[in-house]
Design a protein around this ligand. Structure first.
Ligand code: G6P
Length: 437
């Protein structure tokens, strides 16, 4: 049969209309014949609402793309060409706990970093490995494209413990950084190219080019003057100290503020915590509003309100990636993939976020050699954390979990790590069978 079968697990997500829009826009080049949206019983209502909106969007656009909704993951996976994963085990209430529990002890509470990120990984990794197992049986040639956070740690788990080697982790931060550079230089996005290297939510723009000319100095100067609009909506725009950013010499990502401006970030989060407005709580309200909009039978486009979410434009990243694999475009995109020696200082078999040439055989990382000394240390420390988290997530080993949290720079204290670990294990126990054996 002509055309592609795409399966989206976590299809009832409020982000799905983005993805549908992305496939509609590219339909001539990327003929998606069937899009299967899969969810679980608890997400049934959302799945129906999003599925109906997707059908109206496709009808309005007049493209021959079938939308299927199902709670039967195995049925959906049969014969898929691409599987995308965007699930949230425990829904937003689990994210609220990931953010609020560390903050209640005066420690940064964030969805993908520190204690919150570790627990999101603990809940997610077993589920993703289960999907990987189903894929090996039902669609062994399909690509798995994972957006589920923490995307870097999840990719590390899949690469080391999964069966399917056709795995890519994807994030909207690199594309957001490119778009920010385009805006700073007042040029179209297509004219910007960056050499990205590092880890997910810990990626740096090492070299920045506009029309092939290296513009690092100009960009660093602009950043040092504070002229950068929010790259992602979920992270505050505290300015960088000019002397620091010039000495760093490469473009940091928004998540670096948790590490280089921990005090500011914590103070700000504590204010939100006191008001009941941590990011997860804000997002929960935003989602309720979004779903009211999606439920309107007259709505047949992606509503602009979706851009208030931090993951805005992730579909551009996702559809661009699928398109380049399908059409063997050999263009350059930053994804999470196996390092294979591209970054000399990191393990060959680990996941890295790096600029790659995207071919029909997947991403081919562009060799960057050694990391600049000023960023190598932090990246190494986070990779140690990520690897320890993966082993703890799979084994359910308490001691390893304690070790992981203690070596994370946002906790960095074994006594505090133990307090957080015990409280979070209790709070999330229904989603952590591996720790309750
Ligand atoms: C950023 C990150 C994504 C994350 C999103 C959260 O864009 O790159 O990985 O999912 O923010 O946004 P939210 O609106 O849920 O806070």
């Amino acid at each position: 049969m002509d055309g592609l079968k795409i399966v989206t697990i976590g299809g009832g997500s409020s982000y799905t209309p983005e993805l549908v829009e992305g496939f509609i826009k590219r339909h001539k080049e990327l003929p998606v014949r069937e899009l299967w949206l899969v969810d679980i019983e608890a997400g049934k209502h959302k799945l129906e609402v999003v599925g109906d909106l997707a059908k109206r969007m496709v009808k309005k656009a007049g493209v021959p793309m079938e939308i299927h909704t199902t709670l039967d993951r195995r049925e959906a996976l049969k014969g898929a060409d691409f599987v995308t994963t965007q699930l949230r085990v425990g829904l937003l209430d689990a994210r609220i706990k990931d953010e609020r529990i560390p903050l209640s002890h005066g420690v940064i509470g964030q969805e993908t970093n520190g204690a919150g990120g570790m627990f999101k990984a603990f809940r997610t990794i077993p589920v993703i490995l289960d999907i990987d197992k189903d894929m090996a049986e039902l669609c062994p040639d399909a690509w798995l494209i994972n957006f589920t956070n923490p995307a870097g740690i999840v990719t590390e788990a899949l690469l080391r413990h999964g069966r399917n080697k056709k795995v890519i982790g994807l994030c909207n931060v690199p594309i957001g950084m490119e778009m920010a550079v385009a805006k700073m230089c007042n040029v179209e996005h297509e004219r910007v190219r960056m050499d990205f290297a590092g880890l997910n939510h810990m990626v740096y723009g090492l070299n920045i080019y506009v029309d092939g000319k290296r513009v690092n100095e100009e960009i660093i100067q602009t950043i040092s003057e504070g002229k950068v609009d929010g790259i992602v909506k979920n992270i505050k725009d505290f300015e960088w100290t000019p002397e620091f950013i010039k000495a760093l010499g490469v473009m940091p990502c928004p998540y670096h503020k948790y590490y280089y401006q921990s005090k500011n970030m914590l103070e700000d989060e504590l204010k939100e915590f006191a008001k009941g407005e941590t990011r997860a709580e804000v997002v929960k309200r935003l989602e309720e509003d979004l779903f009211k909009l999606y439920d309107d039978p007259n709505l047949d486009i992606k509503p602009p309100q979706l851009e208030k979410r931090g993951g805005a434009y992730y579909s551009d990243a996702a559809c661009r990636l699928i398109n380049s694999i399908y059409n063997d475009k050999k263009d350059i995109q930053a994804v999470n993939t196996i390092n294979n020696g591209a970054i000399a200082d990191l393990p060959a078999e680990s996941a890295v976020e790096i600029s790659c040439i995207i071919t029909k055989d997947g991403p081919k990382p562009i060799n960057i050699g050694k990391l600049p000394v000023q960023i190598n240390g932090l990246i190494q420390q986070i990779k140690s954390f990520e690897r320890t988290v993966v082993e703890a997530a799979i084994s359910g080993d308490y001691n390893l979990a304690l070790l992981a949290l203690t070596i994370n720079p946002l906790v960095a204290d074994e006594k505090m790590a133990k307090i957080l670990l015990d409280e979070l294990l209790e709070a999330h126990k229904e989603y952590l069978p591996q720790f309750n054996k």
